[in-house]
Design a protein around this ligand. Structure first.
Ligand SMILES: [Zn+2]
Length: 328
């Protein structure tokens, strides 16, 4: 099978480009430490189409999508999850096209919520702007905040059909972890083969942030294993280039997370008691401005280790960013 691999250095913001036969991408100009070069909105089909993650509330992206969809009929609007770089333009597109929105549900919010505290203010603050923020300097930054407004027209569960054309079918695959409502969408078609649109569950350029309380590391690792067991030809993430041999790639992600969990447990057993101390040691090679999201992921691992009975949060019930940790 021939795939057109998008060269990440050559795409143009706002223009529509083919990814594989029957799949196109428009990249929003919202580059940041969470979004890499920006949000990729995907269009599946030719005249009748599904749109995956319409994207952030940016006039330039809305106009680019309107141009890309001109003369076509939007049948389905699919939303992987409710972060501000994914779902906000769904409301505009639904109003414009009359197509229904499909998702697992609105942002879960209050389910099993607890106060996760905060990291010290000066921890992980970069002295200067990150180098990869340059191309977005003229546009507002849309970071990984939550879109609590989004409510889907249709609630989907794993296996539900969300879009069909002759010879083409798309189904939902619930993959909780990054958020509790995160859902991938699988495409099966004669032209493109088996393609999994992975949203932020599997990304090509970075590991996914799994930030409690809505992010859940145990669920995330189970959802990675679910994708690793599939036999997709290609995974297409929201941020970054398509991933060939997704099963092998995702198996490596699982191994990476298992190794990170082992490192966090080992750090606690060696007497590192706080998240800033663990991040400073375990993420020594990573740019300092990524240390705050790394702190959230370490908290994710610690929540799982507490649930597994291997670690205790000494000064609080549920683990917090400012807890003191000890081996159980
Ligand atoms: Zn996200």
């Amino acid at each position: 099978m021939d795939f057109v691999t998008l060269d990440e250095d050559e795409f143009t913001y706002g223009s529509v480009a083919d990814v594989v036969p029957g799949v196109q991408r428009v990249v929003a100009q919202n580059p940041s430490k969470f979004t890499y070069r920006g949000t990729g909105t995907y269009i599946v089909g030719d005249r009748d189409v599904a749109v995956i993650d319409p994207g952030p509330q940016l006039d330039s992206h809305r106009d680019a999508l309107a141009a890309a969809l001109d003369g076509r009929t939007v049948r389905s609007i699919l939303v992987t999850h409710c972060h501000a770089d994914h779902s906000p333009l769904a409301a505009w597109l639904a109003a414009e096209s009359g197509a229904p929105t499909y998702a697992y549900g609105p942002h879960a919010g209050a389910v099993d919520e607890w106060d996760i505290g905060s990291l010290p203010d000066d921890f992980g603050r970069a002295p200067e702007p990150a180098p990869d923020d340059e191309d977005g300097a003229a546009e507002p930054k849309v970071e990984e905040s939550t879109d609590t407004e989004f409510v889907p027209d249709a609630i989907v569960r794993t296996g539900d059909v969300v879009f069909t054309l002759p010879g083409l079918e798309m189904r939902a695959l619930h993959t909780p972890g990054h958020t509790s409502n995160h859902t991938c969408f699988s495409l099966s078609s004669g032209d493109a083969g088996r393609v999994l649109f992975t949203g932020d569950h599997v990304m090509g350029w970075s590991t996914t942030v799994v930030s409690p309380p809505d992010g859940d590391m145990g669920a995330y690792m189970d959802s990675l294993r679910l994708v690793a067991r599939r036999d997709d030809d290609l995974a297409i993430p929201t941020h970054g280039a398509p991933i060939t041999d997704p099963s092998r790639f995702v198996t490596q992600l699982v191994e990476h997370r298992v190794e990170r969990e082992r490192q966090v447990l080992d750090a606690v057993r060696r007497g590192l008691t706080t998240i800033p101390a663990m991040v400073t040691e375990l993420y020594a090679e990573v740019r300092v401005e990524l240390h705050r999201p790394a702190g959230a992921s370490v908290l994710g691992h610690l929540v799982k280790l507490v649930d597994d009975g291997l670690v205790i949060a000494a000064d609080s019930g549920r683990p917090r960013l400012d807890s003191t940790f000890a081996a159980a």
